[in-house]
Design a protein around this ligand. Structure first.
Ligand SMILES: Nc1nc2c(ncn2[C@@H]2O[C@H](COP(=O)(O)OP(=O)(O)OP(=O)(O)O)[C@@H](O)[C@H]2O)c(=O)[nH]1
Ligand SMILES: [Mg+2]
Length: 356
């Protein structure tokens, strides 16, 4: 869910890469990570199994320096494509502002593409969202395959809505940024239509901008100038201003979402995770959860979770995993995920208040 901090003039939007198993979602995110200026990106967090399949989700925070008067912060997620991870897909999809659907051009993947698109539609509908009016972009990935399914056939299977679509080769990065660019444009348009972001007002003192195809394209070029590093791109007319780093390198994606009062504790959990100390990670998450939930007021943990709109079963699950000990990587990653949810809920609730 997009959040707008009017005081800080910052918009945060969540974009999810969706699609069948092995279609190239994680590879796409890795290419984006490599392309974005280091000063504008956070850590890429991936949680693969031994066979390199996404277990829970991948996450990459990216900061686009300016959209009009606002700084745009994007949280890019991939879902696990394997059919039996639907519960995880639903969780990751919650509160998303746009979806990049990564379809597989492999001839054997036609059914999987169709089923994954239907699954997206169904999971969004459960959240009260109609795909017809939701920002959606399609990548036809693996176009390098000699026997790639013809585009017209791919379109017939996954693009009945005629949304912007792109041929991509995530392995080399071909087309990936074009798709991302279209996604950003649609998300911003949608945020404006929903009046979450104010429309760009003309500035009387500013020189008249050159005519562009539409309002979005000038915005888009502004966004991309700040976002992308292309080694072979011609030099920009004026040097892009140096942006402050999104997060200090020592802060990972979970701590980056934390309110200031909880950043250090969240970092303890993240550092434990990256050191393979999964027990320590789950314990640190539990302590941080307790402190964070306390911002909801004096009440039982269940009531605090309820007030913040957190799933009580998830909170209980973290508790159980912490008590049980001998935590594994999935215990730790699940705990970090629940902690991220808490941070998002706290931000939405405006907690902690300055007095706290
Ligand atoms: N030929 C070709 N292979 C690709 C391309 N993109 C990804 N792959 C390969 O496809 C396989 C799966 O890629 P991933 O990015 O892990 O796929 P995924 O969609 O994240 O898969 P899940 O996490 O299981 O849902 C890997 O072996 C990639 O190297 C591409 O554009 N062309
Ligand atoms: Mg993956």
């Amino acid at each position: 869910m997009s959040t707008v901090n009017v005081m800080a003039k910052e918009i945060a939007a969540k974009i999810v890469f969706y699609g069948p198993g092995l279609s190239g979602k994680t590879t796409t995110l890795k290419r984006i990570y490599e392309t974005v200026k280091p000063s504008l990106r956070g850590e890429l967090m991936t949680l693969p199994t031994e066979a390199d399949r996404t277990l829970f989700f991948d996450f990459l925070p990216v900061r686009v320096e300016r959209v009009g008067d606002y700084a745009l912060r994007l949280a890019l997620y991939t879902v696990p494509g394997q059919v039996f991870y639907n519960a995880t897909r639903k969780l990751v999809l919650q509160g998303s502002d746009g979806v990049v659907f990564v379809a597989d051009s492999n001839p054997g993947a036609e059914d999987a593409n169709r089923e994954s698109m239907a699954n997206l539609e169904e999971n969004l509908a459960e959240q009260g969202i109609q795909l017809d009016s939701f920002p959606l972009v399609i990548q036809y990935n693996k176009r390098d395959l000699k026997n790639a399914v013809p585009i017209s056939q791919m379109r017939a299977v996954v693009n009945r809505r005629n949304v912007p679509d792109f041929e991509t080769v995530a392995m080399s990065g071909d087309g990936v940024l074009e798709a991302m660019k279209a996604m950003i444009r649609l998300v911003i348009k949608d945020l404006r239509a929903r009046k979450i972001v104010p429309s760009q007002k003309p500035r009387p003192s500013a020189p008249r901008p050159e005519l562009s195809r539409d309002a979005g394209s000038s915005l888009e070029s502004q966004v991309m100038r700040h976002l992308v590093t292309k080694p072979d791109a011609p030099a920009a007319e004026e040097p892009a201003p140096v942006a402050p780093p999104l997060v200090k390198p020592t802060i990972g994606p979970v701590a980056a979402l934390a309110p200031a009062a909880l950043i250090d504790q969240a970092r303890v959990a993240e550092v434990a995770f990256s050191n393979g100390d999964f027990d320590g990670c789950v314990r640190a998450v539990m302590e941080t959860l307790q402190r964070g939930l306390a911002f909801a007021g004096e009440a039982s943990v269940a009531h605090q979770a309820f007030l913040l709109g957190l799933n009580g079963r998830d909170v209980l699950d973290v508790w159980t995993r912490a008590q049980r000990g001998a935590a594994r990587i999935d215990d730790a990653s699940f705990s970090l995920y629940v902690l991220s949810q808490l941070f998002v809920r706290l931000t939405q609730a405006g907690l902690p208040t300055p007095e706290q």
